[in-house]
Design a protein around this ligand. Structure first.
Ligand code: ACM
Ligand code: ZN
Length: 754
């Protein structure tokens, strides 16, 4: 016979916990969420017992409830408040909290002040408005963070952001449960923090007399010659630190050394190797002039850091360490003397020596040095932590050596990269970091053991501001991508990307709008695929999202009154045979987003090789082999600044492939185009050898030199097959970034008769 007690228990569970399967509206998603029937309805006043929480949280909660939901939290001390806070003394997980909403009462239980702040923000996201009703669905939440370093970075050197703008950035990050603000305060193009002992750092170093226009790879370069700059006084810094503390955000200041120091050297040229006075540059990039490694410079930096430590209570202090060319050190008597006196093997060990001195100072003050992964070169300081930006390899290496690591690889965490393939995107640094890619990020690399993985503190996104001149653009580049990263860093039970997308669209874009955030709408853009057809290629734009539909028959938007029919998909066929050669066309795919008509743009080229089969004898590098079969014959020319998806990248000195034209064709000329971006080690090749044949037995060969990006070579032959052999420089020449390494060759399209 069945146990009657169990039956009673099952009955009770059925009666009292009618759990509804529902998606949690909170981002980042809590570790558990159960929704029940019924809801808590807000009236204008909610009796609240705040006894267990600090004053700043009371104020914050009060203000948000009033501003967002016109609800007053009426403080009472009775035993039966409608909304109450409870302190839980212990929990397994740091910053654990619970929220329990029943139809007539709400209980928020916290283990720490920070957890209480997280709970309040979660609770604010639970509140819904329908018509005149404001309510929270009955539910139970338990939650805690996955990683302890949940960071966003901001470069205020390339472009300056005011105290109020920085506070807004902190507000937004805190609302989405980030807890670390990496404040990049110094760089070549501007020194942004007052240092009392060295006033020229801000008198001179905070101001530049020009700023490069357009992308810095544009040739020829032009400059805006307005004076540009700004800095924070120490009082302002203290104010921001205090403000961040009230939102449980720690500020990690970054003072760059020994590279990215041109602004400091403009003020104090005696700390460079040459001693020559130079300006604060208005150009972006990596400069040869860095701090000299002599004792005086190290003392200068220790003086600066001494003042910085007074302002920032952070355990971690970032000292940069990235992109420090060694050219000056090789030729500097002072630097060579330090190498000799300390038995160092080379300039990498000299950088390590420099950082070790700073590490010893910070350690003596009870702090911990963190630097970009270049600080591994020449040996890592004993107490240093590493921020891995050039992929995750540096991070893995540091962990293997027993050091703490923050992951911030360019592939997933650089928010200065493009976020969509829309040709209408505002200018960005280059690269492609979509919402979905960020969402897929896993900060702990697979090959680490459980023990090693504990050294991965977390991750952060970097907002380098060369192409982010103002707050609106900063918001556009940061949101909603930061929400995807917050899921990665907080959620121990991360929902699927599709669920995240839905929650984002249904709820959080409205929240962002209400907070006056200029977020990107890329999440609505249709997914584009390119496929081969019998006669050429097809572009397909597709979306499963319910919120918008494509409008068919409105391509090129020539006739805005044309009949509108709604589809979830548009297909555009481009045929090789029918089309005029070389014509450029702009494809505009209009689609609805709410009530706005938001077109996305795609520029393409019509030509005779579209969709033809290519046989690769040399394979492109895996990282830059997007849509390999069609990339060179898909009609889409690579843009500059480059977006990796449009280019095939090869890291070999010779590239060979063959195109089958399927029938004998008259070829007047062949066209090839290449990318040149020497700062990314991408060079033009030196030679091209074209061979043509009608039968793959007898070949005619033509050889050409490459002197520019876009090249059209006359051959005047009939052929069915074309072989391409592309020969690059053996190594990157002296005095170029990456000298001595094999250069990259990037190609976007091949055409004929163009
Ligand atoms: C970096 O992006 N140079 C750290
Ligand atoms: Zn020197």
């Amino acid at each position: 016979m069945k146990n009657p007690k169990i039956i009673l228990l099952i009955l009770l569970i059925c009666v009292f916990s009618k759990e509804i399967i529902a998606q949690c509206p909170i981002i980042p998603a809590p570790s558990s969420y159960s929704q029940y029937k019924g809801k808590f309805l807000f009236s204008i006043f909610v009796e609240t017992n705040f006894a267990q929480i600090p004053e700043n949280l009371k104020k914050y909660f009060d203000k948000e409830m009033l501003q967002q939901f016109h609800t007053d939290l009426l403080e009472i001390e009775s035993d039966k408040p409608i909304l109450s806070f409870l302190k839980i003394e212990s929990a397994i997980h740091k910053d654990y909290y619970e929220i329990d909403v029943k139809s007539n009462c709400i209980q928020i239980s916290c283990t720490s002040d920070a957890s209480c702040f997280y709970a309040i923000n979660s609770f604010l996201q639970l509140i819904e408005k329908k018509g005149t009703e404001t309510y929270v669905q009955n539910c139970k939440i338990t939650d805690y963070p996955k990683f302890e370093w949940r960071g966003l970075h901001l470069d205020v050197s390339r472009h300056f952001f005011t105290v109020d703008e920085v506070k807004k950035y902190i507000d937004l990050m805190a609302f989405y449960k980030f807890n670390t603000f990496h404040w990049h305060l110094t760089d070549d193009q501007g020194w942004r923090i007052e240092i009392k002992k060295y006033p020229k750092l801000t008198d001179i170093g905070a101001w530049r007399d020009s700023t490069v226009n357009a992308h810095y790879t544009t040739n020829p370069r032009t400059y805006n010659t307005d004076i540009y700059g700004g800095f924070y006084t120490q009082e302002q810094v203290k104010e921001v630190v205090k403000y961040a503390e009230s939102k449980y955000v720690n500020i990690v200041p970054e003072i760059e050394m020994p590279g990215h120091a041109r602004a400091a050297l403009a003020a104090y040229p005696e700390f460079s190797c040459t001693g020559i006075q130079q300006n604060v540059p208005g150009l972006w990039g990596v400069f040869d002039d860095i701090y000299c490694s002599k004792k005086e410079t190290i003392d200068f930096n220790i003086d600066i850091l001494s003042e910085v430590l007074e302002l920032f209570p952070s355990k971690f202090i970032h000292v940069g360490g990235d992109e420090a060319p060694k050219d000056r050190w090789k030729k500097c008597n002072n630097c060579q003397k330090v190498i000799l006196e300390n038995n160092l093997n080379d300039e990498h060990e000299l950088q390590s020596y420099f950082i070790k001195k700073i590490d010893a100072f910070l350690t003596s003050k009870g702090r911990k040095l963190i630097g970009w992964d270049e600080i591994l070169e020449g040996g890592l300081s004993p107490n240093a932590a590493v921020m891995s930006w050039r992929g995750t390899q540096g991070g893995i290496e540091a962990v293997k050596q027993g050091h703490a690591v923050v992951m911030s690889p360019g592939s997933h965490c650089y928010f200065d990269h493009y976020q969509s393939k829309n040709s209408g995107e505002p200018i960005a640094f280059g690269g492609f970091t979509s919402l979905e890619k960020i969402y897929s990020f896993e900060p702990i690399p697979e090959d680490l053991s459980l023990q090693e993985s504990k050294l991965i503190l977390g991750a952060q996104a970097n907002l380098w501001t060369e192409y982010i001149p103002n707050m609106k653009q900063l918001e556009y580049m940061t949101f909603p991508r930061a929400l995807a990263l917050s899921q990665v860093l907080w959620s121990v039970s991360k929902p699927s990307y599709k669920e995240f997308q839905e929650t984002l669209i249904k709820k959080h874009l409205f929240i962002l709008k209400q907070k006056d955030v200029n977020y990107s709408k890329a999440v609505f853009y249709p997914e584009m695929t390119i496929s081969k057809t019998k006669k050429g290629i097809q572009y397909q734009f597709k979306s499963d999202l319910k919120e918008y539909q494509f409008i068919e028959n409105n391509i090129n938007q020539q006739d805005s009154n044309s009949k509108i029919s709604f589809h979830k998909e548009i297909k555009v066929n481009l045929d090789r045979q029918k089309i005029p050669n070389g014509e450029t066309a702009a494809l505009v795919v209009p689609f609805y987003l709410g009530l706005e008509l938001n077109p996305i743009y795609l520029n393409y080229k019509l030509h005779q090789l579209l969709g033809l089969p290519i046989k690769y004898i040399t394979q492109p590098n895996e990282r830059y082999s997007n849509n390999k079969e069609l990339c060179l014959v898909d009609g889409i020319l690579g843009k500059t600044p480059w977006n990796s998806s449009e280019w095939l990248g090869f890291d070999t000195t010779e590239i060979n492939f063959e195109v089958n034209l399927l029938k004998e064709t008259e070829i007047k000329n062949v066209y090839l185009s290449f990318l040149e971006d020497v700062s990314s080690w991408i060079h033009l090749p030196e030679k091209i050898i074209i061979s043509t044949s009608t039968d793959q037995k007898k070949w005619d060969e033509f050889s050409f030199d490459v002197t520019k990006n876009k090249n059209s070579y006359q051959i005047n032959k009939n052929a069915t097959y074309i072989r391409y052999k592309i020969v690059s420089k053996m190594i990157i020449p002296l005095n170029f970034p990456g000298e001595g390494n094999i250069p990259w060759t990037f190609m976007d399209e091949i055409m004929i008769n163009y």
